[in-house]
Design a protein around this ligand. Sequence first.
Ligand code: AMP
Length: 301
Amino acid sequence: MPLLVTGTVGIDTVITPTGRADDVLGGSAAYFTLAASLFSPVRVVAAVGDDFPPSFRAMLTSDRIDLRGLETREGSRTFRWAGKYLENMNQRETLRTDLNVVAEAPPAIPDAFRDSRVVFLANTHPAIQWNMREQLPAARLVVCDTMDLWIHTTRDELMKTLAVVDGVIINDSEALQLTGQSNPITAGREVLRLGPRFVVVKKGEHGAVLVTPEGVTVVPAYPSERVVDPTGAGDSFAGGMIGYLAAKDSFHYAALRSALARATVVASFTIEDFSVRRLRDVTCEELDRRVAEFTRMLAIG
Ligand code: AMP
């Protein structure tokens, strides 16, 4: 199942209580891509500026990642984001967001990507997400993410996007801001009424809830003892989930539940180091071992 992702590929500066990383590879599509590629080949559609370091492109290069849709736009600047985590690492403050190339025309979808069957519209301007979905009529599963910035500044465009997707993966505060509901399950059900047939509400270190008309599934987070930088956990979660579904070629409730466990495990690797450092180095053996450990932990009889 060819899997395509569109979102931001950018340059982040991250400050945590224990350290900082300046001008490192980040962006929703960057994390998603590396995570999803653990399960399935991934096609990337995103734009960066001519200031995007070649070494960052190299970090995304692998035989499972097709970068023909990663456009370098001459005269434009790359998306930049800076954030700071509070003492408990659960809350973060955005210090700055420079949309730069993301505020320009959407990246072009290469003709060779038009047959993509699974599409993830990672966090970016909802008008770009909608535009991408319209251009990919062969897609059988389209899932999106969003964030508070877009909920507050581009709500109407976001509603239009939600009406044309099959699934949504968002975090609890976003689900609450989007629906006005204070309970993640009720908020998930409200989101279902906007169009999608499944919603995953992520709750950080408290796990995630899958809400569908067939049922509700809750998973805890993987019990990580070493959290260095939570940035990208959500995008890696989405990458693990959608990459697994694309590999299985099944989007039924049972597959969604299995995907939830993979998503949780992939996110647990991301947070062990800054940027994509840990995620990039995860081996199949490490992944399989942690998935087995996590699913054993869930089977409590
Ligand atoms: P996560 O921690 O999973 O929410 O993702 C963090 C990543 O999202 C960072 O690498 C940022 O570069 C990227 N990001 C931050 N703000 C935005 C935004 N408004 N739109 C798209 N991507 C963003």
